[in-house]
Design a protein around this ligand. Structure first.
Ligand code: PEP
Length: 249
């Protein structure tokens, strides 16, 4: 089984003071052995986060990137710039990017390629809306989003991705998927990864995201196909986030 990863997604929240708070807490906290931890912070905080958190062995990542290496693209940020500031991971295809910033599967693929091109680990986010779930289309939507990226990559590229299943109806709503609901989709994702061969189903981390918190993390993480968590709101509180990390050990 893949080594667990707990990744926090700060979205457009946080401050330099919060990074320092995490840095101080992590420097004095023993994280469970065999658990990888990462924080995906807003662009302006990357350099400081990389410095403050690296001490504690925590990886730092960004929440999106441009699909282009450089250019007249006002406001965009390239993967190379993220690397230069100390990021090693990047979220791609988060549902907020898909819905609010109109990133379709092609745009997501472009960003995955851009990340891989500079050695960033993409965390590819997949998830269905409540309407799609109610219509019984959860698996076809989620596996469709997966295939849109994986079909276009070669085996060595596929092996570098982390996948996050995040039901859209559970993100930021306080409504978590039950462990059984999450497990069912994770199992379908793992089976689809097996179809790509190369042992992808064994090595790929499949994270769950959607109102994961200290109180429900252990039950979710106990599921056989849940390899970690992508944590939004609860990653803004040091104690809550560290409690989730402990649950993964
Ligand atoms: C997220 O933003 O990826 C997320 C899972 O948010 P929350 O934990 O707040 O639902």
């Amino acid at each position: 089984m893949a080594k667990p990863l707990i990744a926090g997604n700060w979205k457009m929240h946080g401050s330099l003071a919060l990074i320092d708070e995490f840095g101080r807490a992590l420097a004095t906290t023993e994280l469970p052995e065999g658990v990888d931890v990462a924080l995906m912070v807003p662009f302006p905080y990357l350099a400081q986060a990389a410095q403050a958190l690296n001490v504690a062995g925590v990886s730092v990542g960004a929440q999106t990137l441009s699909d282009q290496p450089s250019g007249a693209l006002t406001g965009e940020v390239s993967g190379a710039m993220l690397r230069e500031l100390g990021a090693s991971m990047v979220l791609v295809g988060h549902s907020e990017r898909r819905s609010m910033f109109h990133e379709n599967d092609q745009a997501v693929l472009g960003r995955v390629r851009a990340a891989l091109g500079v050695g960033l680990t993409p965390i590819l986010c997949l998830g269905e809306t409540l309407e799609q779930r109610d219509e019984g289309r959860t698996e076809s939507v989620v596996l469709g989003q997966l295939d849109a990226v994986f079909d276009a990559l070669d085996a060595s590229e596929r092996a570098q991705l982390v996948v996050a299943y995040e039901p859209v109806w559970a993100i930021g709503t306080g409504r978590t998927a039950t462990p059984e609901q999450a497990q069912a989709v994770h199992s379908a994702i793992r089976q689809r990864l097996a179809d790509y061969s190369g042992g992808l189903e064994e090595r790929t981390k499949i994270l769950y995201g959607g109102s994961m918190k200290a109180a429900n993390a252990a039950d979710l993480l106990a599921q056989p196909d849940i390899d970690g968590g992508l944590v939004g709101g609860a990653s803004l509180q040091v104690d809550d986030f560290l409690a989730i990390c402990q649950s993964a050990g």
